[in-house]
Write a protein that binds this ligand. Structure first.
Ligand code: C5P
Length: 219
């Protein structure tokens, strides 16, 4: 097992932007576990499975081969050999990812992949359960959060920049709903690990957050 930094927190807290910056500065590999749940969700949506159909999700997830590759420091997600990185960032896929990530079989399959990746390199891994379940022995653990209105605005700006039509109040409603589901699910709920450092980024810049985490890495 290499060196590992775990960054968990609710939707839109800036985990992936920060994790990417920290990974670059440390020379570690960045692993976005949300992208794996999103790729699985895309597969399920394409298979015509609804968010509540847990038995079908358990069955169908076995057919999805999700792998991760790194190209020029960027993570590329492959779903049965197809590069789906640009297809998984929609709100539809995010909401399905949240609904299907409650499934035990989905989680087992993706956590196994996460363990394999963390065993083979020094990593910055972001998600919901990294510090609590996936890498309980991580060298640095951060719980990154921000007010839901701030997170909704950030996501709105991100989606609008990509040309996606979106409605700010709907994004905030979805974020709050997704957080509730992620925090209240039975398996690996989103929560701050006892030994994680809480960082509230509501009024911080990305650079300030990255600096705080890099300082924790030096301690
Ligand atoms: O972080 P992102 O918004 O891409 O994650 C999408 C969904 O995947 C989350 O809402 C959460 O339900 C699920 N997820 C998870 N465990 C992780 C990462 C993501 O359950 N480690």
């Amino acid at each position: 097992m290499g060196c590992s930094i775990a960054i968990d927190g609710p939707a839109g807290a800036g985990k992936s932007t920060i994790a990417k910056m920290v990974a670059k500065r440390k020379g570690f590999i960045y692993i976005d576990t949300g992208a794996m749940y999103r790729a699985m969700a895309l597969y399920l949506l394409r298979s015509g499975i609804g968010a509540g159909e847990q038995e079908k999700i358990s069955e169908k997830c076995k057919e999805a081969d999700i792998t991760i590759r790194h190209e020029n420091g960027e993570q590329v997600v492959l779903l049965n050999g197809e590069n789906v990185s640009s297809l998984i960032r929609t709100e539809e896929v995010g909401n399905m990812a949240s609904a299907s990530s409650v499934n035990k079989d989905v989680r087992e399959k993706l956590v196994e992949l996460q363990h394999r990746l963390a065993d083979s390199a020094d990593v910055v891994m972001d998600g919901r359960d990294i510090g609590t379940c996936v890498l309980p022995g991580a060298d640095v653990k951060v719980y990154l959060t921000a007010d839901s209105s701030v997170r909704a605005k950030r996501r709105f700006v991100e989606l609008s920049a990509k040309g996606e039509h979106c409605d700010l109040s709907k994004i905030e409603r979805d974020i709050v709903e997704r957080d509730e589901r992620d925090m209240s699910r039975e398996i690996s709920p989103l929560r701050q690990a006892a030994d994680a450092v809480l960082v509230d980024s509501s009024s911080m810049t990305i650079e300030e957050v990255a600096e705080v985490i890099l300082e924790l890495c030096e301690m």
